[in-house]
Design a protein around this ligand. Sequence first.
Ligand code: 6GU
Length: 249
Amino acid sequence: MRIDVVTIFPEYLEPLNVSLVGKARARGQLDVRVHDLREWTHDKHNTVDDTPYGGGPGMVMKPEPWGEALDAVIESGAQGEELPVLVVPTPSGRPFTQELAVELSEKPWLVFTPARYEGIDRRVIEEYGDRLDVREVSIGDYVLAGGEAPVLVMVEAVARLLPGVLGNAESHRDDSFAPGAMADLLEGPVYTKPPEWRGRGIPDVLLSGHHGKIARWRRDEAFRRTVRNRPDLIERADPAAFDKKDREI
Ligand code: 6GU
């Protein structure tokens, strides 16, 4: 997969050199290209923002640098290569979910446009919406100063789904929000050695070697945790997803 990021803070994307994403890049599984939006300005001060039409607080990102930057990035695709999906981080976008992460992980090419200030002139989103699949996406119900941190979040969520990026092919099977038997439930608690730490032991069932009992215990713990932390997930789920033992909890 290829990922381009256009930003006025390229250094904010440095963490993409580290850990899972960094390793995927080093192995050639992921081609990440970070671009400085100011390279597509032409004035002495490399201006990227201006005051909003209609008045109001804050500044709006000017359309011309974004247009030149996105044209250049799109044209840098190989002849005949598919067009990218344009991912526009904004607190007014649709929620970024595991489902969207999976969908994006199946695309060959993503372009992210993290904005600062009050966002990008609307005409940019309209212009590229006529030519590309454009997704305006929010990572949650809070306001950040810019879209760079959301890009780090989204790239990591997508990269770990790419074939061969996670060590163990089964590592996402039990993820919270992963489809399957535990769909709709959060992951429960986990333990490792030593068997006793500061007087605290391990639930006996995990040492029993009884796989059926362990699976049931894990499900019960996942259910309990979901009821406590995310009751909305239980209410939203298909009632058929829950069994009699769940209902006893
Ligand atoms: Cl994508 N951008 C900003 N600036 N704030 C956010 C967000 C995005 N998602 C949640 N809050």
